[in-house]
Design a protein around this ligand. Structure first.
Ligand code: ADP
Length: 418
């Protein structure tokens, strides 16, 4: 701040020093012109002098200001710019020096006022016009200067203190924030690595487990077929449990495999006609639709650009669930909507099934989280986790709205693609 101040003061001071030198010489007041030159030299020394300690440079500058102010008072009088100089000296002192000296500048102003009062009283000014001022009048006028000086000495350091506290806390916060950001980045990298490891593990485990499981299933099947008559009812029941277990395990392994493959960005963007997608669905699930007397309702579904496989998979999964979690004795009614939402598509699958309690709205999207046991509704608890992973990999969102006993609506959004 001080160096900026000096940078501006030196050229600007020429604006007042040169006319002053010219005027005082024309008036025959040569000593004032001499002081002007001395002051210019001091100012240049403050600005460009080598090997001066910064604090001394500042003190010299302040001394220069006060001397200028005093001389202006003595030579030009109370009506001149002396008072103005005293006040700016106080302000500049407050700005460039420590707040420890805050009141020093006000006291110096008070001293200058009294010095000039003495000059007036004893008519000491070399300029007649300057002596032409009443001491009491001067003191009354100067009280304003003293009042403003002390007010500034009290307030300006406080403003600076407040600013520095805010600035420091801002800096602290920024430091903390950048530290947190760094930590977060490291954690994110670790998380990504762990996720990749986990997916790799899920893939290898589910892939490699298929073969031994197939063997268990087929040998159990052979045991049942070839030895059914030789075994008693209990043994046959055990075989039945084992075959059923192997079948369920196969379903889990296949779903796990699908989960580990979901969300891979290796799909291409294509035009998808959702009316066609749903016609195909109705054809594929013809039996279950007929068996449940289900109705699938959709009107004028748009053609959109998107990643076909994960989107169709998600839709199939949601409609499968809508049919599976239907109320007993009530024919399932599933409505599908696709709504244009400016920069994204909103898909909704609404059913009239058993519904879900609000506290489970998040849980159902987590792997292996089921709200029913396998005897009520078959399943692995992975379907919605696959849908979520697929949708999120397309920067989309999925959520559910439901009232238990009254049906559910699953919504998902995906950004529009060109
Ligand atoms: P799964 O159907 O194999 O159990 P999901 O991940 O598809 O696995 O679903 C998780 C759970 O969410 C289900 O067990 C079920 O309790 C609940 N759920 C999913 N869809 C519906 C629906 N349309 N109506 C009611 N409950 C549902």
């Amino acid at each position: 701040l001080f160096s900026r101040l000096v940078e501006w003061v030196i050229p600007l001071s020429l604006l007042s020093i040169f006319p002053s030198i010219a005027y005082t010489i024309s008036q025959g007041v040569y000593e004032f012109a001499f002081f002007d030159v001395i002051f210019l030299c001091i100012l240049l020394y403050v600005g460009f002098g080598k090997n001066i300690e910064n604090n001394n440079r500042k003190l010299l500058y302040m001394a220069f200001l006060y001397c200028t102010a005093l001389l202006l008072l003595i030579y030009v009088g109370a009506a001149g710019p002396g008072q103005l100089f005293l006040y700016t000296a106080c302000i500049q002192g407050l700005l460039i020096l420590s707040s420890r000296y805050a009141y020093l500048w006000s006291w110096l102003n008070l001293a200058a006022v009294f010095i000039f009062a003495i000059v007036l009283h004893f008519q000491l000014s070399p300029m007649e016009a300057a002596n032409d001022f009443d001491v009491v009048e001067w003191l009354v006028i100067a009280t304003n200067l003293i009042f403003l000086s002390f007010l500034s000495s009290a307030l300006i350091p406080q403003i600076f203190y407040g600013l520095s506290v805010t600035f420091r806390s801002h800096q602290d916060l920024q430091k903390k924030l950048s530290l947190k950001n760094k930590e977060q980045k490291v954690l994110l990298v670790e998380l990504k690595e762990k996720n990749m490891e986990l997916e790799q593990f899920a893939y290898i485990a589910s892939h490699d487990l298929q073969e031994p499981l197939r063997m268990i299933g087929s040998f159990m099947g052979l045991l049942q077929k070839n030895y059914q008559t030789q075994l008693d009812d209990k043994a046959n029941q055990y075989i039945h449990f084992a075959v059923d277990g192997a079948r369920r395990m196969k379903a889990i392994i296949l779903d796990l495999l699908e989960y580990s493959r979901a969300g891979k960005p290796d799909h291409t963007v294509e035009k998808i006609s959702f009316s066609e997608v749903l016609e195909e669905y109705a054809e594929l699930r013809r039996d279950i639709i007929a068996q449940k007397d289900a109705t699938i309702i959709y009107n004028n579904l748009p053609e959109i650009n998107g990643y076909k496989l994960p989107l169709v998979q998600a839709l199939y999964n949601l409609i499968d669930n809508a049919l599976k979690y239907a109320k007993e004795e009530v024919a399932p009614k599933v409505s599908i909507y696709v709504i244009d939402k400016d920069d994204e598509w909103l898909f909704s699958v609404k059913d009239n099934g058993i519904g879900i309690e609000e506290r489970f709205f998040d849980r159902i999207f987590v792997m292996f989280q089921r709200l029913h046991n396998k005897d009520e509704y078959h399943g692995t608890g992975i379907g919605l986790a696959i849908v979520k992973k697929n949708i999120e990999s397309m920067n989309g969102k999925i959520w559910v709205e439901s009232v238990k006993g009254e049906g559910s609506t699953f919504h998902l959004t995906v950004p529009k693609l060109p």
